[in-house]
Design a protein around this ligand. Structure first.
Ligand SMILES: C[S@@+](CC[C@H](N)C(=O)[O-])C[C@H]1O[C@@H](n2cnc3c(N)ncnc32)[C@H](O)[C@@H]1O
Length: 250
């Protein structure tokens, strides 16, 4: 397609049929770009070799390499876990293998609104929309008295294409993960969650500082440099569970 011609076409003056046609071409172009990016991505290849369900595994592996947040015997909740590569890593790291068989076995509970195919060593709960208080209550009930060592959240809303709206939606999910972690974490427990960088992040850090001793922002090299995705690691839950009503701090 001639780029000059492409730019000179004003969508407002086009008929509906032409708009649909050009929209299809744009989508085709972006899916071609996505395919070629996937093909040239070393982490996509590595995920196949190491049998991880997706490249995201390497983000958690890298964060864990630096911080040792996953250790044998820990209880982990993985929010937004589908297709399951973080869960695979969590099961591997919380269950000792080989010579270390005497070490305690970990517990991994994985949650998503989508399906997750079974993963040995993990308990899976699906069809749970974690933007609702009902989903929190279901998981808190499932945990019973068992408190959690680390809450992981790689939850991300499906993009609408409206930047501000998408940002608001991920910030909403971050606060839901913080709320949940405050309800279920052990003293000195940890929380790791994904956020998209922006002016809301300092506010998030300030809110987290009420509950955690140390807060760090991480950008693993497996996270694409052209993505605004970052990870917030909050360590050392201090157990101050201030009343939380309807997802809001009082
Ligand atoms: C980037 S993917 C997670 C990838 C996963 N960590 C892995 O390694 O396989 C984000 C996930 O968040 C889930 N998600 C988004 N919003 C959610 C919500 N409100 N409740 C539950 N899960 C949600 C999506 O369904 C999606 O599976």
């Amino acid at each position: 397609m001639n780029m000059f011609l492409w730019r000179s076409l004003d969508p407002k003056s086009m008929s509906l049929q032409s708009r649909i046609f050009f929209d299809c071409i744009k989508r085709l172009k972006s899916s071609q770009q996505w395919l070629s990016r996937q093909r040239s991505d070393p982490y996509v290849e590595k995920a196949k070799i190491y049998n991880y369900r997706c490249r995201s595994a390497f983000k958690l592996l890298e964060i864990n390499e630096k911080t040792q947040i996953l250790r044998p015997g820990l209880t982990v909740v993985d929010l937004g876990a589908s297709p399951g590569s973080w869960t695979q890593v969590a099961v591997q790291k919380t269950n000792a293998d080989g010579a270390d068989r005497n070490k305690p076995r970990g517990t991994v509970l994985s949650i998503d609104k989508l399906q997750i195919h079974p993963i040995e060593g993990a308990t899976i709960m699906t069809n749970l929309d974690f933007s609702t208080i009902e989903a929190h209550d279901t998981v808190v009930e499932r945990l019973g008295d068992g408190k959690v060592d680390i809450v992981l959240s790689d939850m991300a809303p499906s993009a609408t294409g409206v930047r501000e709206l998408d940002k608001d939606r991920i910030i909403g999910l971050c606060y839901m993960a913080i709320r949940f972690a405050a309800l279920v974490s052990k003293i000195d427990g940890n929380l790791l969650f994904k956020v998209w960088d922006g002016k809301e992040v300092p506010m998030l850090e300030m809110d987290l500082a009420r509950f955690y001793k140390h807060i760090k922002i991480l950008k693993p090299s497996a996270s694409r440099s052209d993505s605004s995705e970052k990870f917030v690691l909050a360590r050392g839950f201090n157990g101050i569970q201030k009343p939380l009503k309807n997802g809001q701090w009082s």
